[in-house]
Design a protein around this ligand. Sequence first.
Ligand SMILES: C[S@@+](CC[C@H](N)C(=O)[O-])C[C@H]1O[C@@H](n2cnc3c(N)ncnc32)[C@H](O)[C@@H]1O
Length: 341
Amino acid sequence: MNALRGVPGVRAMRVKGDAARADAVTFELPAGGDLPEEALRMVTALHRVVAFDVPRPKALLADAHVRTVREVLGDVTREAARRGATFHGVRLEAAGRESPVMQRLAQAYATAVGLPVDLAEGDLKVRVRPAREGGWEVLVRTTPRPFSARAWRVANLPGGLNACVAAAAWRMLGTTAEDRVVNLACGSGTLLIERAALGPAGHLLGIDVDEAALEAARANLAAAGVQAELRREDATATSLPNGACSVVVTDPPWGDVHGGEANLEALYGGLLDEAARILEPGGRALVIVHALRAFDAALAQRRDAWQLDESLRVFHGGHRPAMHRLHCTKSSGAPLLDSTA
Ligand SMILES: C[S@@+](CC[C@H](N)C(=O)[O-])C[C@H]1O[C@@H](n2cnc3c(N)ncnc32)[C@H](O)[C@@H]1O
């Protein structure tokens, strides 16, 4: 939803149900209108939606309805070709998609665009579902791959951040050409690469303790053509001097991979302390966490160092992590929390 705010030409937006809980937004864009690149970076996928006032999907087999969908499929394949993309097969997604009616629909749509039906691998994705307002709707994904599958991602890391969420994080934090960015626990480099896509920065530095993660980050940065420094260090005790950077971003480990909630709270606390030490006074931070209670507990003990400015729950696969925007309220580069106290 935030991705579409302020986009010229977007005429109306409808969120299904509670906006904060919706992972899909329906909007109208005038013919020939386009969403800007920056907005698309935050969008997982775009679908053209056609609504039909029919009681059951069988009625979608009527010639007139198939023709309507064929026009949309034609627009989508022509537009993709204009951008140099090609579709290879039609994948129908629907409850009961193995039923004779759905199979006939899949075949009708595939024939319309001269492609085979390929329910497993098809990249022209067509979803048939009941419309919330009644009737049925057909959704056609406008690209062979979702936008979240970035061309630069040549190396995957378990727990890697969705690139759309990373782009949204930078939108929430804001950027300047002077940013000296440290990405603590940088993993495969998603936040660094999505920052670089927004324009030049003073410096980009990624820190991770795991060589395999840094290897993945190196490969992705190279594929993206992004220059960033990478260091193998413990992100809770880096070799950076006090006040070395203006921005810290991090999406530290989630769940119990690191020994459960208590360990996560200690890790988040350690990261907050180190971020406060390496940030210049007033420096900004963006933290993406899924273990919400552990992060809240760690932050509650550090209220003298941090001001929480904004929080937003986002969708990340089946998870609902939070993005927290904070700034550092300490007045000098010296650490506020003295571990010897
Ligand atoms: C959720 S992943 C980060 C994912 C990353 N944003 C990406 O897109 O690939 C968390 C990362 O934290 C790193 N990590 C965990 N504890 C750390 C520590 N103490 N110091 C540095 N890195 C750490 C892990 O090696 C892992 O790469």
